[in-house]
Each structure stands twice: as C-alpha cells, then as structure tokens.
Design a protein around this ligand. Structure first.
Ligand code: ADP
Ligand code: MG
Length: 329
C-alpha cells in the first residue's frame, strides 16, 4: 500500500505540492485529477523518488521510502508520449527491462504482454510504423513487463486525439484490472480519470481538496469549484434549486445549493423527464434530462440500467445531498 503522509514538495522554496495526504490500497487505480500546474506531475515524481520531500513522508507498506532510490522502489513510470526506443522493434521495446534483468523465458512474457494490450502480431514492427494509440499500448506493455508493484502514469492518454483517447481509456482500465496492477495516474482530464480509475483525488493549487471512491466524489463534490472542475454543467442555487425541489415534490429549503449532478440518487420521489443525451461508464451515468417546467437538467449518478436518448427516466432529489449555499457565490 502506498501512503503519502503530509507530503510537501517545493522548487527553490516555491511550494508545488502542499501537505498531501493520500492512500492507495493494492489493486486499486487512483487518479489524481487537477488543472494544469496544480502539482500533479510533481506529486508523481516525488513518489517515483525523482523529487525530494520538503516535509512529510512517502511510505510503502508502512516503510518510509526516503532512503530508497528510484530504481529500487519497484515502481514503473509511463508518460504522455510513451518514449519508446525508435530503433527497437515492439517486442524488444517491451522486453527491454526483462533482458536487462536476464529474466528467464522473456519471450513468453513478451508474447503474454502483447496479448494483454491487444497487439498480437505486432512483435516485429518498428515504433515509426505504429499509430499513437498503438505506441501507448506498447509503452504500457513495457511498463508492465517487470510487474511493478506500483505503476505511475503521467497523463498517459493526453497526447491522443479525443475518440481514440476515450477508447484507450476503457482499454487501459481493463488491462490494469486484468494484470491486477496498482496504479497512480495523474491527469487534467476528468473523462480520462473516470474511465480508468476507481479512486479519485482532486488536486488544486498544490493541495488535495477531496479524495475517495470515484462515485462518492462525483456524487458529492466538496465544493462548487470542485463540482465545476469535475465537469458539472453548473451548480444550482437559490430560486433554481427551489424550483427543482418543488418539481420533485419536496419542501423548498431556503438557502440551499442543489448540485445538479447529485440528483440521480435513488428511486424515491421520482421526477419524470426525457433523456436528451446519456453517457455512461461502467459505474456512472451522466444524463441531460428534459424535465417539464424546468428545462434541461444535467445529472450524474448511479443507475441500475443505462437509458438511452428518448427513454423516460425517473430522477429523485435526495435531501441529504443538499448543502448550505457557500458564501460569496
Ligand atoms: P501539473 O503536472 O499539475 O501540471 P506540475 O507538478 O508540473 O503541475 O507543476 C506544479 C508547479 O510547480 C507549477 O507551478 C510549475 O510551474 C512548478 N514546477 C514544475 N516543475 C518545476 C521545476 N522543475 N522547477 C521549478 N518549478 C517547477
Ligand atoms: Mg503534469
């Protein structure tokens, strides 16, 4: 298990990561999500042992990693641009670390990895002949070759175009699950985080502002800024919130903010609507719903079934999801 304990990292006295406390249990994939410059790469580099901590600790299974150099941590790193060796074939790229370690039966392991990332038949190709997505698959297979106890991914899909990124994100999730890999991924892209990870930490200005199960964080963002960053269309407050509550047959609660994306919670107190668009990951669904008298509602939540456009849905407002209106908004 990886644990960050009040970790701070600075560059020339300027803080980049501030007081980060984070846990990642074995077999989980944690996405650290934050805007550019929020300190994500710095956090990852510190875990890899490439940046020293100013204060706090990074521990693996309870032991402080400070005295352990990068190459002895048993972690693998994968970057946005894969960084393949261009003069080596796909198979030799993937088997690189295995050859360095003189691992027995390396060829079998390479074949296994090629199958894992869906690149059977690509063994003898050179990187220059591959598409961006294929290159990232090779980079991933190479990172997984020595079965790292932790895989560190820095914006692994950001260099790919949108359609491919979405598909590869789902594949990445499957591959990590199939290999049982514990992974820490940093990204600025919320779709990527939701598609790949099962745990989420939100980072802003060097600080981790919220962390937890991905559905938990999405259903109940810590504050409006986090909600907006997670991709919510907007945060409803005041009159708009009251109108929604009335439509849902709930008593109007003055001075509440309804987080629109927290509306789909359970099946009680249904609010009828028609799905305008639906987008789903295995665990979460995001709906734009046209509700009579209210207009379009953008909602995110867990549903047992994934309705498609035009299907009637039942929404409910869960009073426990209402939060006091933040001051100043
Ligand atoms: P992110 O990965 O979230 O975009 P980074 O961790 O790269 O953020 O950067 C966090 C902050 O640290 C930024 O303000 C950035 O300018 C600064 N920073 C990053 N790397 C260095 C460096 N090598 N030297 C000085 N400042 C750096
Ligand atoms: Mg970065």
């Amino acid at each position: 298990m990886l644990a960050l304990d009040h970790l701070s990292v600075s560059y020339d006295g300027v803080p980049a990561v501030v007081d980060a406390t984070l846990e990642l249990a074995d077999g989980h994939v944690l996405a650290v999500l934050g805007p550019s410059g929020s300190g994500k790469s710095t956090l990852l580099r510190a875990v890899a042992g490439l940046e020293p901590a100013v204060s706090g600790r990074i521990c693996w299974d309870g032991a402080d990693l400070a005295p352990v150099p990068t190459h002895k941590r048993g972690f693998a790193l994968m970057f946005q641009d894969g960084q393949l060796f261009n003069h080596l074939t796909v198979a030799r790229n993937i088997g690189y670390a295995l050859r360095l370690r003189r691992t027995p039966r390396a060829a079998e392991r390479v074949a296994e990895l090629l199958a894992l990332v869906g690149l059977e038949g690509y063994a003898d190709r050179l990187p220059a002949t591959l598409s961006g997505g294929e290159r990232q698959r090779v980079a991933l297979a190479r990172s997984l070759a020595v079965a790292p106890r932790l895989l560190l991914l820095d914006e692994p899909l950001s260099a790919l175009d949108a359609g491919l990124r979405e598909r590869l994100a789902v594949d990445l999730r499957e591959i990590l699950r199939a290999a049982g890999t514990t992974a820490l991924m940093v990204t600025h892209d919320q779709e990527e985080a939701f598609a790949v990870a099962d745990r989420l930490a939100v980072m802003r200005a060097g600080r981790i502002v919220q962390q937890g199960d991905i559905a938990e964080v999405w259903r109940a963002p810590a504050d409006p800024e986090t909600a907006l960053f997670l991709g919510y269309a907007s945060v409803l407050e005041g009159a708009a919130a009251a109108a929604l509550l009335r439509a849902a047959g709930r008593p109007a609660a003055p001075a509440v903010a309804v987080r629109r994306s927290a509306l789909v919670v359970a099946d009680d107190g249904p609010l009828g609507g028609v799905v305008v668009s639906a987008r789903a990951t295995p665990e979460l669904i995001r709906l734009v719903v046209d509700v009579d008298g209210i207009g379009a509602v953008d909602a995110v939540g867990r549903l047992g079934t994934h309705p498609g456009p035009g299907d009637p849905v039942r929404l409910s407002v869960d009073p426990s999801r209402l939060a006091p209106t933040p001051t100043g908004r």
